[in-house]
Write a protein that binds this ligand. Structure first.
Ligand code: ZN
Length: 273
């Protein structure tokens, strides 16, 4: 499963009027009993081996033919959940993405977009009732689809060079407290040198190995290049949100090791083969 958010500049209106389903689109029964509406998307296919003007426009974009993006679910700020694509179908939400050696993320995941104005528009806190809805939705998906907690990921985790969402304000710790997602308490930030762009060393190689072992798509070269920095940034957004700077400081390295050590044994085995 991968979670993300999409940008909406104006969210003053309380109850967003939903776009009307396209007349000739075949509708379906929602997979989740808590989905309030089904707005069938044209943008999905069979599973094989930006910015948007407003909530309505965003939903329309995710559900209209020809835009090439979609998600299985959209969670609005007021907690309403809209399903656009049946879970059995492949939605086009992750784009070019990779996790644990798998690079057709769209084929093996359920996409959830969480409405938020995003980084370019002030990036507000996620309202509690929206988070409660995301938790309830994800618990259902995990149960129905047998998704382990450590496979609940951010769009920024699977596409770190392109995506920031849902971002460092997304309360992964609350999610984990409710059984959704894998999380450890981040190590405190202390004064430390840190590995950063340009560094070439065995320590960089070890960092890349650890990130790859967790699932991130990062080449193990021993050189702290742009990709490494973007992956470290994605890691920080998810697991050490107090400082997101792309520098692998002591706290980042310790948090990553703690996270790996807390993974279920089967997951580590799968990641290292
Ligand atoms: Zn997203």
């Amino acid at each position: 499963m991968s979670l993300g958010s999409f940008a909406v500049p104006d969210s003053k209106r309380r109850a967003t009027p939903l776009p009307r389903p396209i007349a000739n689109m075949q509708t379906f029964n929602p997979d989740s009993s808590i989905a309030s509406d089904v707005i069938p998307s044209a943008n999905f296919g069979e599973r094989n081996k930006g910015r948007m003007p407003d909530v309505q426009g965003a939903i329309a974009q995710l559900c209209t033919a020809g835009t090439d993006v979609s998600a299985h679910y959209i969670v609005l700020e007021d907690g309403r959940i809209i399903q656009c694509v049946p879970e059995s179908k492949r939605a086009w939400h992750a784009g070019v993405a990779t996790w644990a050696g798998e690079d057709d993320i769209n084929s093996c995941s359920i996409g959830v977009e969480i409405v938020n104005r995003g980084h370019d528009w002030g990036y507000p806190e996620y309202p509690l009732r929206q988070i409660a809805a995301v938790i309830a939705l994800c618990r259902g998906i995990m149960l129905r689809r047998n998704v382990p907690s450590h496979r609940v990921l951010a769009h920024s985790d699977v596409a770190p060079t392109r995506k920031k969402d849902p971002g460092e304000k997304f309360p992964w710790h609350s999610m984990a407290n409710s059984g959704v997602g894998h999380w450890v308490q981040p190590a405190p930030i202390v004064r430390s040198e840190g590995l950063k762009i340009g560094t070439i060393s065995d320590a960089v190689r070890d960092l890349q190995l650890a990130l790859a072992r967790y699932g991130y798509g990062v080449p193990v070269t021993g050189k702290y290049d742009t990709t490494t920095m973007e992956v470290v940034t994605a890691f920080q957004r998810h697991f050490r949100p107090a400082r997101v700077d792309g520098v692998a400081d002591h706290s980042t390295l310790v948090t990553l090791q703690t996270l790996l050590a807390s993974l279920p044994a089967a997951a580590v085995a799968a990641a290292t083969t």
